[in-house]
Design a protein around this ligand. Structure first.
Ligand SMILES: Cc1cc2nc3c(=O)[nH]c(=O)nc-3n(C[C@H](O)[C@H](O)[C@H](O)COP(=O)(O)OP(=O)(O)OC[C@H]3O[C@@H](n4cnc5c(N)ncnc54)[C@H](O)[C@@H]3O)c2cc1C
Length: 342
Protein backbone atom coordinates (compact mmCIF):
# COMPACT_ATOMS: atom_id res chain seq x y z
CA UNK A 1 0.00 0.00 0.00
CA UNK A 2 1.35 3.47 -0.72
CA UNK A 3 0.11 6.74 0.67
CA UNK A 4 -1.18 9.62 -1.36
CA UNK A 5 0.41 12.83 -0.27
CA UNK A 6 -0.31 16.39 -1.21
CA UNK A 7 1.79 19.06 0.36
CA UNK A 8 -0.67 21.76 -0.72
CA UNK A 9 -3.47 20.07 1.13
CA UNK A 10 -4.57 19.80 4.73
CA UNK A 11 -1.88 17.21 5.42
CA UNK A 12 -2.87 15.48 8.60
CA UNK A 13 -1.46 12.07 9.58
CA UNK A 14 -3.65 9.03 9.06
CA UNK A 15 -2.01 5.76 10.01
CA UNK A 16 1.36 7.37 9.23
CA UNK A 17 0.07 8.53 5.89
CA UNK A 18 -0.97 11.87 4.50
CA UNK A 19 -4.04 13.15 2.87
CA UNK A 20 -5.80 15.57 0.60
CA UNK A 21 -8.60 18.02 1.16
CA UNK A 22 -11.00 16.21 -1.12
CA UNK A 23 -11.14 12.64 -2.41
CA UNK A 24 -13.31 12.22 -5.48
CA UNK A 25 -14.55 8.69 -6.11
CA UNK A 26 -15.38 8.23 -9.78
CA UNK A 27 -13.96 9.93 -12.85
CA UNK A 28 -16.99 10.05 -15.09
CA UNK A 29 -18.24 13.43 -16.26
CA UNK A 30 -19.26 14.43 -12.72
CA UNK A 31 -16.03 13.35 -11.02
CA UNK A 32 -13.84 14.94 -13.68
CA UNK A 33 -15.66 18.24 -13.41
CA UNK A 34 -15.48 18.13 -9.60
CA UNK A 35 -11.69 17.78 -9.92
CA UNK A 36 -11.63 20.77 -12.26
CA UNK A 37 -13.65 22.86 -9.81
CA UNK A 38 -11.23 21.86 -7.03
CA UNK A 39 -8.26 23.05 -9.07
CA UNK A 40 -10.02 26.30 -9.96
CA UNK A 41 -10.66 26.95 -6.28
CA UNK A 42 -7.19 25.95 -5.13
CA UNK A 43 -8.32 22.82 -3.31
CA UNK A 44 -6.05 19.75 -3.29
CA UNK A 45 -7.84 16.63 -4.49
CA UNK A 46 -7.31 13.02 -5.48
CA UNK A 47 -9.42 11.21 -8.08
CA UNK A 48 -9.91 7.45 -8.10
CA UNK A 49 -11.73 5.32 -10.65
CA UNK A 50 -11.94 1.60 -11.16
CA UNK A 51 -11.96 1.93 -14.94
CA UNK A 52 -8.67 2.14 -16.81
CA UNK A 53 -9.63 5.46 -18.42
CA UNK A 54 -11.68 8.53 -17.45
CA UNK A 55 -15.20 9.06 -18.80
CA UNK A 56 -17.39 6.59 -16.88
CA UNK A 57 -20.48 5.56 -18.84
CA UNK A 58 -19.54 7.65 -21.85
CA UNK A 59 -16.46 5.50 -22.44
CA UNK A 60 -17.68 2.20 -21.00
CA UNK A 61 -21.10 2.09 -22.65
CA UNK A 62 -21.26 4.34 -25.67
CA UNK A 63 -17.91 5.79 -26.82
CA UNK A 64 -19.06 6.04 -30.44
CA UNK A 65 -22.57 7.35 -29.83
CA UNK A 66 -23.34 10.97 -30.59
CA UNK A 67 -23.92 12.89 -27.37
CA UNK A 68 -26.59 15.57 -27.42
CA UNK A 69 -27.38 18.38 -25.03
CA UNK A 70 -23.88 19.56 -24.11
CA UNK A 71 -23.09 23.26 -24.72
CA UNK A 72 -20.71 24.04 -27.55
CA UNK A 73 -21.68 21.07 -29.71
CA UNK A 74 -24.69 20.25 -31.90
CA UNK A 75 -23.66 16.64 -31.43
CA UNK A 76 -20.31 15.10 -30.51
CA UNK A 77 -19.00 11.55 -30.24
CA UNK A 78 -18.83 10.53 -26.59
CA UNK A 79 -15.15 9.56 -26.79
CA UNK A 80 -14.21 12.90 -28.39
CA UNK A 81 -16.15 14.77 -25.74
CA UNK A 82 -14.47 12.83 -22.92
CA UNK A 83 -11.06 13.57 -24.42
CA UNK A 84 -11.76 17.32 -24.36
CA UNK A 85 -13.22 17.17 -20.87
CA UNK A 86 -10.33 15.17 -19.44
CA UNK A 87 -7.84 17.59 -21.01
CA UNK A 88 -9.67 20.44 -19.33
CA UNK A 89 -10.28 18.78 -15.98
CA UNK A 90 -7.53 16.27 -15.26
CA UNK A 91 -4.34 17.62 -16.82
CA UNK A 92 -3.34 19.56 -13.72
CA UNK A 93 -4.51 16.96 -11.19
CA UNK A 94 -1.49 15.23 -9.67
CA UNK A 95 -3.26 12.48 -7.77
CA UNK A 96 -5.33 10.53 -10.26
CA UNK A 97 -5.65 6.77 -10.05
CA UNK A 98 -7.25 4.65 -12.74
CA UNK A 99 -7.85 0.93 -12.32
CA UNK A 100 -8.41 1.29 -8.57
CA UNK A 101 -11.69 0.32 -6.92
CA UNK A 102 -12.56 2.08 -3.66
CA UNK A 103 -13.66 -0.77 -1.42
CA UNK A 104 -13.72 0.79 2.01
CA UNK A 105 -14.28 4.24 3.48
CA UNK A 106 -14.04 4.69 7.24
CA UNK A 107 -14.55 7.68 9.46
CA UNK A 108 -11.27 8.19 11.33
CA UNK A 109 -10.86 9.34 14.91
CA UNK A 110 -9.98 12.80 13.57
CA UNK A 111 -13.32 12.91 11.77
CA UNK A 112 -11.71 12.50 8.39
CA UNK A 113 -12.41 9.86 5.78
CA UNK A 114 -9.98 6.98 5.34
CA UNK A 115 -10.32 5.65 1.81
CA UNK A 116 -8.90 2.31 0.71
CA UNK A 117 -8.68 1.52 -2.98
CA UNK A 118 -7.58 -1.78 -4.45
CA UNK A 119 -5.72 -2.09 -7.69
CA UNK A 120 -7.87 -4.09 -10.13
CA UNK A 121 -6.09 -3.32 -13.34
CA UNK A 122 -3.46 -5.48 -14.98
CA UNK A 123 -1.55 -2.30 -15.79
CA UNK A 124 -1.11 -1.52 -12.07
CA UNK A 125 1.67 -3.70 -10.81
CA UNK A 126 1.08 -5.90 -7.80
CA UNK A 127 0.84 -4.58 -4.29
CA UNK A 128 0.28 -0.90 -4.88
CA UNK A 129 -3.17 -0.45 -3.39
CA UNK A 130 -3.74 3.10 -2.20
CA UNK A 131 -4.93 4.69 0.99
CA UNK A 132 -6.07 8.27 1.13
CA UNK A 133 -7.07 10.44 4.05
CA UNK A 134 -9.45 13.25 3.18
CA UNK A 135 -11.35 15.90 5.04
CA UNK A 136 -14.13 15.74 2.46
CA UNK A 137 -15.28 13.17 -0.06
CA UNK A 138 -17.30 13.57 -3.24
CA UNK A 139 -19.04 10.41 -4.42
CA UNK A 140 -19.30 10.60 -8.21
CA UNK A 141 -19.90 6.89 -8.57
CA UNK A 142 -22.64 7.06 -11.22
CA UNK A 143 -24.71 3.93 -11.72
CA UNK A 144 -22.04 1.72 -10.15
CA UNK A 145 -21.39 -1.53 -11.93
CA UNK A 146 -23.44 -0.48 -15.03
CA UNK A 147 -25.72 -3.53 -15.08
CA UNK A 148 -28.18 -3.43 -17.99
CA UNK A 149 -31.85 -3.46 -17.12
CA UNK A 150 -33.46 -6.40 -18.93
CA UNK A 151 -37.00 -7.31 -17.91
CA UNK A 152 -37.07 -10.79 -16.37
CA UNK A 153 -40.26 -11.40 -18.35
CA UNK A 154 -38.24 -11.72 -21.58
CA UNK A 155 -37.57 -15.43 -22.09
CA UNK A 156 -34.48 -16.99 -23.62
CA UNK A 157 -31.87 -14.29 -22.87
CA UNK A 158 -29.80 -16.53 -20.60
CA UNK A 159 -29.86 -19.42 -23.14
CA UNK A 160 -28.12 -17.41 -25.83
CA UNK A 161 -24.48 -18.54 -26.01
CA UNK A 162 -21.99 -16.15 -24.37
CA UNK A 163 -19.95 -16.18 -27.61
CA UNK A 164 -22.91 -14.84 -29.61
CA UNK A 165 -23.11 -11.17 -30.62
CA UNK A 166 -26.90 -11.37 -31.12
CA UNK A 167 -27.85 -9.50 -27.92
CA UNK A 168 -26.21 -6.13 -27.26
CA UNK A 169 -26.88 -3.77 -24.38
CA UNK A 170 -24.99 -0.79 -25.67
CA UNK A 171 -23.12 0.20 -28.78
CA UNK A 172 -19.42 -0.04 -28.13
CA UNK A 173 -18.50 -0.55 -31.73
CA UNK A 174 -20.78 0.85 -34.40
CA UNK A 175 -18.98 -1.08 -37.16
CA UNK A 176 -20.71 -4.24 -35.86
CA UNK A 177 -23.97 -3.01 -37.39
CA UNK A 178 -22.64 -2.21 -40.86
CA UNK A 179 -24.86 -3.88 -43.47
CA UNK A 180 -26.88 -5.66 -40.76
CA UNK A 181 -30.53 -5.88 -39.77
CA UNK A 182 -30.84 -4.46 -36.29
CA UNK A 183 -33.71 -4.35 -33.80
CA UNK A 184 -33.43 -1.54 -31.25
CA UNK A 185 -35.55 -2.13 -28.17
CA UNK A 186 -36.75 0.96 -26.31
CA UNK A 187 -38.16 4.40 -26.95
CA UNK A 188 -36.12 6.80 -24.83
CA UNK A 189 -33.20 9.03 -25.77
CA UNK A 190 -30.56 6.31 -25.99
CA UNK A 191 -32.73 4.10 -28.29
CA UNK A 192 -33.40 7.05 -30.57
CA UNK A 193 -29.78 8.29 -30.49
CA UNK A 194 -28.44 4.85 -31.42
CA UNK A 195 -30.97 4.57 -34.23
CA UNK A 196 -29.96 7.93 -35.68
CA UNK A 197 -26.26 6.95 -35.48
CA UNK A 198 -26.61 3.44 -36.88
CA UNK A 199 -29.30 3.88 -39.56
CA UNK A 200 -26.89 5.27 -42.19
CA UNK A 201 -24.59 2.21 -41.99
CA UNK A 202 -27.02 -0.61 -41.12
CA UNK A 203 -29.00 -2.49 -43.77
CA UNK A 204 -32.18 -1.78 -41.84
CA UNK A 205 -33.19 -0.76 -38.32
CA UNK A 206 -36.46 -1.61 -36.59
CA UNK A 207 -37.36 0.14 -33.34
CA UNK A 208 -39.60 -1.99 -31.14
CA UNK A 209 -41.20 0.00 -28.33
CA UNK A 210 -43.88 -0.92 -25.84
CA UNK A 211 -45.50 2.53 -25.89
CA UNK A 212 -47.35 4.48 -28.56
CA UNK A 213 -44.88 7.39 -28.47
CA UNK A 214 -41.20 7.99 -27.87
CA UNK A 215 -40.07 9.53 -24.60
CA UNK A 216 -36.99 11.18 -26.12
CA UNK A 217 -36.25 14.88 -26.56
CA UNK A 218 -38.71 16.24 -29.17
CA UNK A 219 -36.06 17.53 -31.63
CA UNK A 220 -34.95 13.95 -32.34
CA UNK A 221 -38.42 12.93 -33.56
CA UNK A 222 -37.91 15.02 -36.72
CA UNK A 223 -34.80 13.01 -37.62
CA UNK A 224 -36.56 9.73 -36.85
CA UNK A 225 -39.42 10.71 -39.18
CA UNK A 226 -36.90 11.53 -41.95
CA UNK A 227 -35.34 8.07 -41.56
CA UNK A 228 -38.78 6.44 -41.70
CA UNK A 229 -39.62 8.40 -44.86
CA UNK A 230 -36.30 7.34 -46.43
CA UNK A 231 -37.16 3.68 -45.72
CA UNK A 232 -34.05 3.29 -43.52
CA UNK A 233 -35.96 2.46 -40.36
CA UNK A 234 -39.33 1.05 -39.31
CA UNK A 235 -41.23 1.83 -36.13
CA UNK A 236 -43.03 -1.01 -34.36
CA UNK A 237 -44.84 0.63 -31.49
CA UNK A 238 -47.17 -0.81 -28.81
CA UNK A 239 -45.31 -4.10 -28.71
CA UNK A 240 -43.72 -6.00 -25.89
CA UNK A 241 -40.71 -8.21 -26.49
CA UNK A 242 -41.49 -11.64 -25.05
CA UNK A 243 -38.72 -13.96 -26.16
CA UNK A 244 -35.36 -14.24 -27.93
CA UNK A 245 -34.05 -17.37 -29.61
CA UNK A 246 -30.92 -18.30 -31.54
CA UNK A 247 -30.68 -21.68 -33.25
CA UNK A 248 -29.50 -23.21 -36.51
CA UNK A 249 -27.68 -19.98 -37.34
CA UNK A 250 -30.88 -17.90 -37.17
CA UNK A 251 -31.88 -15.30 -34.64
CA UNK A 252 -35.47 -14.60 -33.60
CA UNK A 253 -37.17 -11.83 -31.63
CA UNK A 254 -40.78 -12.54 -30.66
CA UNK A 255 -43.12 -9.80 -29.49
CA UNK A 256 -46.76 -10.08 -28.47
CA UNK A 257 -47.61 -9.13 -32.08
CA UNK A 258 -44.85 -10.20 -34.47
CA UNK A 259 -41.68 -12.16 -35.12
CA UNK A 260 -38.42 -10.53 -36.32
CA UNK A 261 -35.21 -12.14 -37.58
CA UNK A 262 -32.48 -9.50 -37.06
CA UNK A 263 -28.72 -10.00 -36.92
CA UNK A 264 -28.58 -8.08 -33.64
CA UNK A 265 -30.91 -6.72 -30.99
CA UNK A 266 -29.74 -3.72 -28.93
CA UNK A 267 -31.55 -3.24 -25.62
CA UNK A 268 -31.86 0.40 -24.58
CA UNK A 269 -33.82 -0.10 -21.37
CA UNK A 270 -31.38 1.75 -19.13
CA UNK A 271 -29.23 0.45 -16.31
CA UNK A 272 -29.85 -0.69 -12.75
CA UNK A 273 -28.33 1.75 -10.25
CA UNK A 274 -26.18 0.16 -7.58
CA UNK A 275 -24.41 2.53 -5.18
CA UNK A 276 -22.13 -0.24 -3.88
CA UNK A 277 -20.97 -1.16 -0.40
CA UNK A 278 -19.18 2.11 0.40
CA UNK A 279 -22.49 3.97 0.56
CA UNK A 280 -23.94 1.30 2.87
CA UNK A 281 -20.83 1.22 5.07
CA UNK A 282 -20.95 4.98 5.61
CA UNK A 283 -24.67 4.76 6.43
CA UNK A 284 -25.63 7.28 3.75
CA UNK A 285 -29.36 7.69 3.19
CA UNK A 286 -30.54 6.41 -0.17
CA UNK A 287 -33.79 6.21 -2.10
CA UNK A 288 -34.31 3.52 -4.74
CA UNK A 289 -30.57 2.81 -4.68
CA UNK A 290 -29.67 6.45 -5.31
CA UNK A 291 -27.95 8.78 -2.84
CA UNK A 292 -30.17 11.42 -1.28
CA UNK A 293 -28.58 14.88 -1.25
CA UNK A 294 -29.38 18.37 -0.09
CA UNK A 295 -29.63 20.28 -3.36
CA UNK A 296 -28.40 23.48 -1.66
CA UNK A 297 -24.89 22.02 -1.36
CA UNK A 298 -24.98 18.39 -2.60
CA UNK A 299 -24.16 17.12 0.89
CA UNK A 300 -25.41 13.64 1.77
CA UNK A 301 -26.87 12.60 5.12
CA UNK A 302 -23.25 12.08 6.26
CA UNK A 303 -21.44 15.30 7.19
CA UNK A 304 -18.65 16.33 4.77
CA UNK A 305 -19.62 13.59 2.34
CA UNK A 306 -20.98 15.00 -0.93
CA UNK A 307 -22.43 13.23 -3.95
CA UNK A 308 -22.92 14.30 -7.55
CA UNK A 309 -23.99 13.00 -10.96
CA UNK A 310 -26.05 9.92 -11.78
CA UNK A 311 -25.44 8.50 -8.31
CA UNK A 312 -27.78 11.02 -6.67
CA UNK A 313 -31.46 11.72 -6.38
CA UNK A 314 -33.51 14.83 -5.60
CA UNK A 315 -36.79 16.22 -6.89
CA UNK A 316 -36.79 16.37 -10.72
CA UNK A 317 -33.23 15.00 -11.02
CA UNK A 318 -32.32 14.18 -14.63
CA UNK A 319 -29.65 11.61 -15.42
CA UNK A 320 -27.87 13.69 -18.04
CA UNK A 321 -24.45 15.24 -18.47
CA UNK A 322 -25.51 18.83 -17.82
CA UNK A 323 -26.65 18.39 -14.19
CA UNK A 324 -23.29 16.73 -13.43
CA UNK A 325 -21.54 20.08 -14.00
CA UNK A 326 -23.94 22.09 -11.90
CA UNK A 327 -23.86 19.57 -9.05
CA UNK A 328 -20.06 19.27 -9.00
CA UNK A 329 -19.63 23.04 -9.02
CA UNK A 330 -22.13 23.35 -6.19
CA UNK A 331 -20.47 20.64 -4.06
CA UNK A 332 -16.97 22.08 -4.46
CA UNK A 333 -18.17 25.62 -3.68
CA UNK A 334 -19.80 24.32 -0.49
CA UNK A 335 -16.54 22.59 0.46
CA UNK A 336 -14.55 25.76 -0.30
CA UNK A 337 -16.83 27.74 2.01
CA UNK A 338 -16.19 25.23 4.81
CA UNK A 339 -12.43 25.23 4.22
CA UNK A 340 -12.40 29.04 4.31
CA UNK A 341 -14.25 28.88 7.63
CA UNK A 342 -17.53 30.21 6.20
C1 LIG B 1 -26.64 4.72 -23.47
C2 LIG B 1 -26.59 6.08 -22.85
C3 LIG B 1 -26.61 7.23 -23.64
C4 LIG B 1 -26.55 8.51 -23.05
N1 LIG B 1 -26.57 9.62 -23.86
C5 LIG B 1 -26.52 10.85 -23.29
C6 LIG B 1 -26.54 12.05 -24.09
O1 LIG B 1 -26.58 11.97 -25.33
N2 LIG B 1 -26.52 13.27 -23.46
C7 LIG B 1 -26.49 13.38 -22.08
O2 LIG B 1 -26.48 14.50 -21.56
N3 LIG B 1 -26.46 12.26 -21.30
C8 LIG B 1 -26.48 11.02 -21.86
N4 LIG B 1 -26.45 9.90 -21.07
C9 LIG B 1 -26.37 10.07 -19.61
C10 LIG B 1 -24.92 10.39 -19.17
O3 LIG B 1 -24.05 9.42 -19.73
C11 LIG B 1 -24.81 10.34 -17.65
O4 LIG B 1 -25.75 11.22 -17.08
C12 LIG B 1 -23.41 10.75 -17.18
O5 LIG B 1 -22.42 10.07 -17.93
C13 LIG B 1 -23.26 10.46 -15.70
O6 LIG B 1 -21.93 10.71 -15.31
P1 LIG B 1 -21.43 10.35 -13.84
O7 LIG B 1 -20.04 10.89 -13.77
O8 LIG B 1 -22.42 10.78 -12.83
O9 LIG B 1 -21.44 8.76 -13.75
P2 LIG B 1 -20.64 7.62 -14.54
O10 LIG B 1 -20.38 8.01 -15.94
O11 LIG B 1 -21.41 6.36 -14.30
O12 LIG B 1 -19.23 7.55 -13.80
C14 LIG B 1 -19.09 7.00 -12.53
C15 LIG B 1 -17.67 6.48 -12.40
O13 LIG B 1 -17.47 6.04 -11.06
C16 LIG B 1 -16.66 4.90 -11.08
N5 LIG B 1 -16.89 4.14 -9.84
C17 LIG B 1 -18.07 3.71 -9.34
N6 LIG B 1 -17.87 3.09 -8.15
C18 LIG B 1 -16.53 3.13 -7.93
C19 LIG B 1 -15.70 2.64 -6.87
N7 LIG B 1 -16.18 2.01 -5.79
N8 LIG B 1 -14.36 2.84 -6.96
C20 LIG B 1 -13.81 3.48 -8.03
N9 LIG B 1 -14.55 3.97 -9.06
C21 LIG B 1 -15.90 3.80 -9.00
C22 LIG B 1 -17.11 4.13 -12.33
O14 LIG B 1 -16.09 3.26 -12.79
C23 LIG B 1 -17.38 5.28 -13.30
O15 LIG B 1 -16.26 5.58 -14.10
C24 LIG B 1 -26.50 8.63 -21.64
C25 LIG B 1 -26.47 7.47 -20.84
C26 LIG B 1 -26.51 6.21 -21.43
C27 LIG B 1 -26.46 4.98 -20.55
Amino acid sequence: MHAVTNSDALSTPFDNEFGVDVAIIGAGVAGMYAAYCCSLMGIGCAVVDELAVPGGQCMALYPEKTVYGVPGYVGVKAKDYVLKLSEQCLTTIRHKFFGYRVEKINKTSENKFGIEARSISACNDGDNDIRISAQYIILATGIGEMKPNIPVTIKGVSEIPKSSDFVQFYCLNHALYRGKNVVIAGGGDSAVDFTIDIAPIAKHVTIVHRRENFTCEPHKIVKIQELVNAGKIKLEMNQNILELREFAGKRYVYTDKKEYTPDHIVFCYGFIANPGSIVKDLGIETEKNLIKVNLDNMETSVKNCYAVGDAVTYANKKKNIIPCFFESDRAVRAIKTKISGG
